[in-house]
Design a protein around this ligand. Structure first.
Ligand SMILES: [Zn+2]
Ligand SMILES: [Zn+2]
Length: 233
């Protein structure tokens, strides 16, 4: 599989940046995971959105779904009704999607093209799911937005690539915050035997070198996400 990071900011983009958006593809299937502010422009630079097989929204916070709205205009005239998988809840936001997409409960995710998928409820202020995607010879796991979550380590176990919310430096993380620290994300990856780790979801102005150094204490080969990063695995 191949992962392309389209955007890696949250909860709003830095100057010139974009919020969460990740293109995951293998030879036959292309899935967009999250579609936050600024993602549509970066996606259309790579491929026509009507060629996507589906969009998966880990949750309906705006930094993960806002570009689904102008995408409605981009798809007009193509005849494409894009399947979208999103958690139940946040009905006013969901209703915006239901007007123009074929919206499914993310908990029903099973197969898209030749990808096998499963989800895990994670710990965030609104319903949010981690996503596991299995292709012929590799496994991708995305944490979504989450703080520590008991079942996460088992859910991502043995994956080829883990893409993790590592929003906070250790100094700003707390048990009641909505995100992991980069350090804790790295700890999960190491204990789960993830073969590669990319940390993402960076607040504008945060020092990524600090996040990298802290994550490296647990997982030396960790990478920091940036728009345009591609990983083949
Ligand atoms: Zn977010
Ligand atoms: Zn969120």
């Amino acid at each position: 599989m191949k992962l392309t990071v389209l955007g890696c900011n949250g909860p709003y983009p830095e100057p010139g940046g974009a919020c969460s958006g990740y293109l995951l593809e293998n030879r036959t299937t292309r899935v967009l995971i999250d579609c936050g502010t600024g993602v549509l422009a970066r996606l259309t630079a790579i491929m026509p959105p009507e060629k996507l097989d589906a969009v998966i929204l880990s949750h309906l916070h705006y930094d993960h779904m806002s570009d689904m709205l102008p995408l409605i205009y981009k798809l007009q005239g193509t005849g494409k009704i894009l399947p979208v998988y999103a958690p139940e809840g946040l009905q006013p936001v969901r209703a915006l999607l239901e007007s123009s997409y074929d919206v499914h409960n993310i908990d029903t995710l099973n197969v898209i093209g030749d990808l096998k998928l499963s989800v895990l409820p994670v710990r965030h202020p609104v319903p949010c799911r981690a996503v596991r995607v299995e292709s012929q010879d590799s496994i991708f796991c995305y944490t979504g937005d989450t703080n520590t979550c008991d079942a996460l380590q088992e859910f991502v176990s043995g994956c080829s690539l883990m893409l993790a919310d590592g929003c906070f430096p250790v100094s700003l993380w707390a048990e009641n915050k909505p995100h992991l620290s980069a350090y804790l994300a790295a700890e999960v990856a190491a204990q789960a035997g993830a073969k590669r780790l990319v940390v993402t979801h960076f607040t504008p102005g945060i020092d990524r070198e600090v996040l990298l150094a802290e994550a490296q204490k647990c997982y030396p080969e960790v990478q920091i996400a940036y728009s345009g990063l591609t990983v083949e695995f």
